[in-house]
Design a protein around this ligand. Structure first.
Ligand SMILES: Cc1cc2nc3c(=O)[nH]c(=O)nc-3n(C[C@H](O)[C@H](O)[C@H](O)COP(=O)(O)OP(=O)(O)OC[C@H]3O[C@@H](n4cnc5c(N)ncnc54)[C@H](O)[C@@H]3O)c2cc1C
Length: 725
């Protein structure tokens, strides 16, 4: 213990914490191991002048970083704080280059927090490589598999090996896919996470009982990685700051600046920026400017050179989030090649199931929004993989989001699905360097190549070569898989809360736990939850502010993943989050209200809140005769007088009138009317939709077509009866 205290004093970090109700003095960090790691991990590897024990380097305040952006002259200015931009910043600063990075919203708020959360080589690309004998595709897979291993190594608290099942419904698929995944293991070589294997039908159903049983022949299981993409992104940004970078969110590039070089040629020399939190504008000076803006690539390129040809072909992908019971806790399901060439998956993640996705050419927007049509499309697709016993209900959708893939355009191909997800580095004659395309998994390799190129083109003088392979990210130094136990024992946190903190903040979880307030209960001692269904605690909001969270949505969407897991829970937690941020950031009442309104718009526009409820809250405005008419129609559908309509009733109705309607269409029709999403439509919901149809609030409704058909039949029956004569 004495040795521990001495070590703690060395870094000046001792503290008083609570342990199961008793107060005891302990070292704040996770014991000797964490302290030793802090000193010995990367010592000697980093460039001179870069903090060698960066893991514990204090974080400067936002004001200090802004001041540095205003006054310092940089070697490198990176635009964009997604995976690519933060990756480039870590690479440049760890080589000893004076580095700045600016992000116009929050770190990772673009595509990088909206991915499928896989760290993968791409089984599908390997298949393409084999069939098209493409050495380039093969190299891309090999590179991604090496990066997959590296990422799990440098952020073991955030990324982990993850088994994925490929269900097989045709005999020929068994040898075909088996050869494919074995080749995937083989290409990974020493970097293989775990060996793939075959499961017979019985075993596959034991592990994945909700799988469609009919004609199931067996399944193959292979390994890729999974991570919390937003946290990984923030962790990269924080690592860059601890290494000495001037990295800031909510700072937007407005103009690219140019000055004549020694030969009189106009070259890029910085950027005019605006602090979106204060409106202040100034110029950041840099020898080299790197455009890492993902889907916005062409906006920055045309900002510098209005004549350039576009290189980015954006495509949007929607994910829906379903409850955890749609997948086993520790295994995903993926069909890498549906009949029309797309990928369909369900992946357990943070105690929910992520299902997706779509791939549609789109326009670039700051507010990518999922549509009801896309959500219904995904639900219909996943229905093909689940047992008919598992009813997939629209009401089970907890959240939905849309990300824009920054695909690099090949002008000769129109189909976005045929574009390889590899990256390009472009250097214009005036030295603007653009890094575009690629994927999350390969951000480090992309960054390495980009900084190599920047050094060459802009004549920079780094103190070392690239150091990022094996360079631990923030939180990784003192982390061990049993780290959470210390949090339970030393602080009196609940087990699931401790596990969540450890797997999000790694060794910095102690810092978060230190901010946790007493619950006033015997157990847990500390750690008030933000929402009872989730392990996120109030202390995380305070910690997020220290890590530069500026707005309520930063906490809702990226510092915690509440909006991604359950948009309704996020809405419920919002007022408390704003309250805590108001204490930390000294927000007045007006600002608090602005934040609530801003976050609610975000939840509605970008996270699927209120989608699928088009007819909700429409006043019922019928005459007595109309009410009688609609009540009669309801009764016609509810033929066995249960008091509600189900899919079965619709099925019976269509059969009776001789109309052929598919199972998917039946579900869609019911979903439109089922306002409270319990798979049943009661008279109130029915009348509300009829009223919405009458007032034009629900256009193009399929249910409208059904009622139209009923109306036609009503008319015919009147005519047949001789008009009552
Ligand atoms: C649906 C979907 C699923 C995916 N799944 C996976 C997956 O499972 N695994 C995988 O490896 N990859 C996946 N990807 C790919 C991966 O997410 C992206 O390749 C990666 O996140 C792109 O990162 P980026 O930094 O280039 O772009 P972004 O994350 O979009 O970052 C660009 C940033 O630039 C900022 N910016 C723009 N203009 C300015 C300006 N003027 N000033 C300052 N900042 C600016 C933006 O605000 C934005 O934050 C997926 C992509 C999508 C769309």
């Amino acid at each position: 213990m004495e040795k521990l205290r001495i070590l703690a004093r060395k870094v000046g970090k001792t503290g008083v914490i609570l342990a199961g109700g008793a107060t005891a003095t302990y070292v704040v960090y996770s014991g000797v191991k964490a302290l030793q790691n802090a000193f010995d991990t990367d010592e000697g590897k980093l460039a001179d002048g870069v903090p060698q024990n960066y893991a514990w380097a204090p974080l400067p305040s936002r004001a200090q970083l802004i001041e540095s952006l205003k006054t310092d002259e940089f070697d490198v200015l990176v635009i964009g704080g997604g995976a690519t931009g933060t990756g480039v910043a870590v690479d440049a600063v760890s080589r000893g280059l004076k580095t700045a990075m600016v992000e116009k919203y929050d770190f990772g708020s673009g595509t990088s927090s909206r991915s499928t959360k896989l760290i993968h080589g791409g089984v599908r690309y390997l298949e393409k490589a084999v069939f098209s004998l493409s050495y380039q595709q093969y190299c891309m897979v090999e590179e991604a598999l090496a990066e997959r291993a590296n990422l799990i190594n440098i952020a073991p608290h955030l990324a982990y090996p993850f088994p994925i099942m490929l269900p097989l419904y045709k005999r020929w698929q068994i040898p075909y896919f088996w050869a494919g995944i074995k080749a995937y293991d083989w290409v990974a070589g020493k970097q293989k996470l775990k060996s793939s294997y075959f499961l017979g039908r019985k075993k596959a159903l034991e592990i994945f009982p909700m799988l469609k049983k009919d004609k199931l022949r067996g399944a193959l299981v292979y390994y890729d990685g999974q991570h919390d993409d937003a946290r990984m992104n923030i962790s990269l940004a924080i690592t860059a700051v601890r290494l000495g970078g001037s990295v800031m969110n909510y700072v937007e590039v407005l103009e690219i600046l140019k000055t004549p070089d020694s030969e009189g040629k106009e070259v890029v020399s910085g950027a005019k920026v605006r602090d979106r939190m204060t409106g202040e504008e100034w110029n950041v000076k840099a020898k080299c400017v790197i455009n890492a803006t993902g889907p916005y690539t062409d906006r920055i390129r045309t900002m510098a050179n209005p004549e350039v040809k576009k290189i980015c072909q954006p495509s949007q992908g929607v994910h829906v989030v379903l409850p955890d019971y749609y997948s086993p806790t520790s295994m995903g399901l993926l069909d890498p090649a549906t009949s029309d060439g797309r990928i369909i998956f369900f992946l357990p993640w943070q105690n929910v199931t992520i299902a997706g996705t779509t791939d549609e050419a789109c326009e670039v927007t700051d507010f990518p929004s999922p549509t009801e049509k896309e959500i219904q499309f995904i639900l219909n697709e996943i229905r093909h993989y689940l047992d008919p016993d598992v009813e997939i209900r629209r009401g089970d959708v907890l959240s939905a989001w849309c990300g824009i893939r920054p695909l690099v355009c090949d002008p000769n191909k129109a189909d976005t699905q045929s574009i390889a997800r590899n990256h390009i580095i472009e250097v214009t004659p005036d030295n603007l360097i653009t890094i575009a395309g690629g994927k999350w998994t390969t951000y480090r390799h992309m960054a390495e190549e980009t900084v190599d190129r920047a050094v060459e083109v802009c004549n920079l003088k780094p103190k070392t070569k690239c150091r990022t392979k094996g360079l631990l990210l923030d939180g990784a130094h003192g982390y061990t898989p049993t780290f959470f136990i210390r949090l339970v024992q030393d602080f009196g946190l609940e087990n699931d809360v401790a596990q969540h903190l450890a797997s999000t903040y790694g060794d910095k979880a102690f810092k978060v736990a230190k901010l946790a307030s007493l619950t006033g209960k015997r157990w847990p001692v500390v750690g008030k939850r933000l929402h009872e269904e989730f392990p996120y605690i109030e202390a995380e909001v305070r910690y997020a502010v220290k890590e530069y969270a500026c707005r309520a949505i930063d906490v809702l969407a990226r510092r915690t993943r509440l909006t991604f897991c359950n948009v309704h829970a996020a809405e419920e937690a919002l007022p408390r989050i704003v309250e805590i941020m108001a204490e930390e950031l000294k927000w007045n009442k007006k600002k608090q209200k602005e934040e609530i309104d801003h976050a609610k718009t975000f939840l509605r526009r970008e996270m699927g809140l209120d989608l699928g409820t088009g007819a909700k809250n429409v006043p019922i405005n019928f005459t007595k005769d109309e009410i009688n008419l609609y009540v009669n129609r309801f009764k016609t559908l509810d033929s066995d007088h249960k008091g509600y309509i189900t899919v079965n009733d619709l099925r019976k109705y269509f059969k009776k009138i001789g109309e052929r309607v598919s199972e998917d269409q039946l579900h869609d029709i019911l979903n439109e009317v089922d306002l409270n999403k319990n798979a049943q439509v009661d008279l109130g919901e029915f009348l509300q939709l009829m009223s919405a149809l009458k007032s034009g609030n629900v256009a193009n409704s399929r249910f409208a077509q059904v009622t139209q058909m009923m109306q036609e039949r009503d008319k015919i029956s009147v005519e047949r009866s001789g008009g009552g004569v």
